[in-house]
Design a protein around this ligand. Structure first.
Ligand code: RP5
Length: 166
């Protein structure tokens, strides 16, 4: 199975990024996580991205806050799919990171998830790997079924409560 790379601009992003890591672990998807910054370590970030396909990665998650150029800078160096996580925080509470991550120029795609949307970033990468992996696709189906059952159980509990209070 291809690996997923999880790159964060700073170790201060880890509390958000951990949710992506935990999701990858839950699905048994191999991953590597690194701290590389588009601004503070541009050479290392670029070198990682340039070598990622050769190194056995199938997709890259890039999480950064503030002037969040990490996902775009990585996308500029690879044709692997890049999923960007804009991280909340700073003076404008993540609006800067959201726009910097999502507003990529034509020809250089970054699939941007919600602010702090780390679980969806991981799921999107898992879905990409599952295109060619029936076992992984079955795990995704099982998770959907479990999530559906959980919501329906909440609805049943709500109906019960409403009946009690009627
Ligand atoms: C970004 O600046 C990082 O991704 C992080 O979200 C933010 C703040 O970084 P630190 O100053 O906490 O290292 O580059």
């Amino acid at each position: 199975m291809k690996k997923v790379a999880v790159i964060m601009g700073s170790d201060s992003d880890l509390p958000v990024v951990e949710k992506a890591i935990n999701t990858l672990k839950e699905f048994g998807v191999p991953f590597e996580a690194h701290v590389y910054s588009a601004h503070r370590t541009p050479d290392e970030a670029a070198a990682f991205a340039a070598g990622a396909r050769e190194a056995g990665f199938g997709a890259i998650i890039a999480a950064a806050g503030m002037a969040a150029h990490l996902a775009g800078a990585i996308a500029a160096r690879t044709t692997l799919p890049v999923v960007g996580i804009p991280v909340k925080g700073g003076a404008v509470d993540g609006m800067d990171a959201l726009l910097a991550t999502v507003q990529m120029p034509s020809g250089m795609p970054v699939a941007t998830v919600a602010l702090n949307g780390a679980v969806n970033a991981a799921l999107l990468c898992i879905q990409m790997l599952a295109i060619e992996d029936a076992e992984l696709a079955a795990k995704l189906d099982a998770k959907r079924a479990k999530d559906t059952a959980a919501v329906l159980a909440k609805d049943a509990a709500l109906q019960e409560k409403l009946r009690e209070n009627a």
